[in-house]
Design a protein around this ligand. Structure first.
Ligand code: ACO
Length: 436
């Protein structure tokens, strides 16, 4: 029947007038239809208001699909569960960047391409000396990643596909080195040069933990767990930092500057800073007896405090990444022989109580990926201040894939939101003597 056919358009009428506009409904390959409002202002002289962009698509993308209600996360169509358990981070990087999983020959070429670019220009070492020793690694990352554009002039033509490809390799390859060196700098240890014979996650752990004075062997269980954490953080559709990268890139800014902007956006505790905030919160709660009073405080609107690692803008049932990490968490703790870690016991208790609490149930607040990643990273000996930096290392792949997709989209134009102006109406300047 005709009435059952999916609607192709939506009509808006200005109340009390005979003015209306019919807007096309665009249907993606998955997900709900989207009203194309590009002609709305010209047609009806009105804008739309959507602070936080909860109901606004800012771009078309073929990279990642999320169904928040069903707890589904797909990269190029592949479920995150399959990628996390069966793939590797560099394979997922190839998938995000190029659209397909690599075949055997492509895999060798891609992995070599990334691992060949892991070293930093030697002059970049001296940039680190300009930071205080107690600088937060994210501050260092914003600065050093942004500074890459001052070193790699030969790949800055954003309209040249080969330049875009090389910049992507450089970014993916160099961010682990930049992050690991940010850590080494704060603890006063020598920078460890990357080892290209190691896997991507393995090399990161090596640069973080090794010292030149003795050999260092990366535990393969921990390398695998790190690789999985990286896969789970690689991309997540149009989140705040990715939207920042796209918005910066829409002006024609170079990719290194755009990724630095993404890192700045990721830093906030409502986004990538949440895993660090989870650990700080657990330390603040201290003991299991304090869980209940802490939850009471969180539920009190006036306290302005939140249960960090809980809730998500899109996932309103469960975060599929959190489920995978919950299992990984147990693997890592078993490998490390951690049985009675007080902070872990606290986290488990907090999770148990919150999941049964009316406040959290009613608002569909579940543990997100950061709740478990913080606990795993702590168990692995990664310092809390490095958690968000590690997230930035993983998400660089998503950012640069989204940036590349945008640059290849002929319809892309500068991003420029509108506003509802609520300030003073037009008034005349008054000289200082005449002001009350
Ligand atoms: N603790 C307590 N209450 C919460 C929490 C929380 N973590 N998250 C949301 N709420 C409450 C809000 O107070 C609000 O209650 P109300 O309806 O009574 O006013 C309701 O739930 C809806 O919250 P919103 O702020 O509208 O949800 P939004 O989608 O804007 O926020 C966010 C999502 C930022 C992730 C939020 O849940 C939060 O701050 N969580 C803690 C930080 C965190 O873990 N961030 C990581 C996100 S995942 C990532 O970036 C990888």
């Amino acid at each position: 029947m005709d009435s059952e056919a999916p609607p192709k358009s939506v009509t808006l009428t200005l109340d009390g007038t005979n003015k209306s506009i019919t807007l096309p409904l665009i249907q993606g390959t998955m997900g709900p239809p989207v009203a194309d409002i590009r002609k709305l202002y010209a047609g009806l002289d009105i804008f739309t208001f959507d602070p936080g962009y909860g109901g606004t698509a800012a771009c078309e993308s073929k990279i990642t699909y999320i169904d928040g209600d069903a707890g589904v996360l797909l990269h190029r169509g592949y479920p995150i569960e399959q990628l996390a358990m069966q793939s590797t981070f560099l394979e997922v990087a190839h998938l995000l960047l190029n659209g397909e999983l690599p075949n055997a020959a492509q895999k060798v070429e891609f992995d070599d391409g990334v691992m060949r670019h892991t070293m930093l220009h030697e002059q970049i070492r001296s940039i680190y000396q300009g930071f205080r020793r107690d600088a937060h690694p994210m501050a260092v990352m914003c600065g050093v990643v942004g500074a890459l554009s001052a070193f790699y002039h030969d790949s800055l033509d954003i309209n040249n596909p080969e330049h875009r490809r090389i910049s992507a390799f450089r970014l993916i390859a160099k961010v682990p080195t930049i992050a690991a060196w940010a850590y080494k700098y704060t603890i006063g240890q020598p920078f460890m040069y990357p080892r290209n014979d190691l896997g991507y996650a393995e090399n990161f752990l090596y640069m973080m933990n090794a010292v030149p004075a003795e050999p260092y062997h990366v535990n393969p269980v921990l390398a695998r767990a790190m690789d999985r954490i990286m896969i789970l953080h690689a991309d997540h559709e149009q989140n705040a930092s990715t939207a920042t990268v796209r918005l910066s890139g829409s002006t024609g800014a170079n990719p290194f500057a755009c990724i630095a902007a993404g890192i700045a956006s990721l830093w906030g505790p409502a986004h990538g800073g949440a895993n660090e905030a989870v650990l700080k919160m657990l330390a603040e709660i201290g003991t299991v007896e304090n869980v209940k009073p802490f939850l009471d405080q969180v539920k009190d609107k006036d306290s302005h405090s939140r249960l960090m690692g809980f809730g998500h803008r899109v996932y309103k049932n469960f975060d599929p990444r959190a489920k995978i990490l919950q299992a990984t968490c147990h693997e890592v703790l078993a490998e490390l022989g951690i049985k009675n870690d007080p902070m872990l016991e606290l986290a488990v208790e907090l999770e148990k109580i919150a999941l049964h609490d009316e406040y959290f149930i009613k608002r569909k607040l579940y543990p997100n990926v950061d709740f478990y990643s913080g606990i795993i990273l702590k168990a692995m000996g990664i310092p809390t201040s490095m958690f968000t930096a590690l997230f930035a290392v993983s998400r660089t792949v998503g950012w640069i894939s989204q940036w590349k997709e945008m640059m290849e989209d002929p319809s892309q134009r500068i991003g420029r939101p509108r506003q509802i102006y609520t300030g003073a109406t037009t008034r005349d300047y008054v000289g200082i003597d005449a002001r009350g």
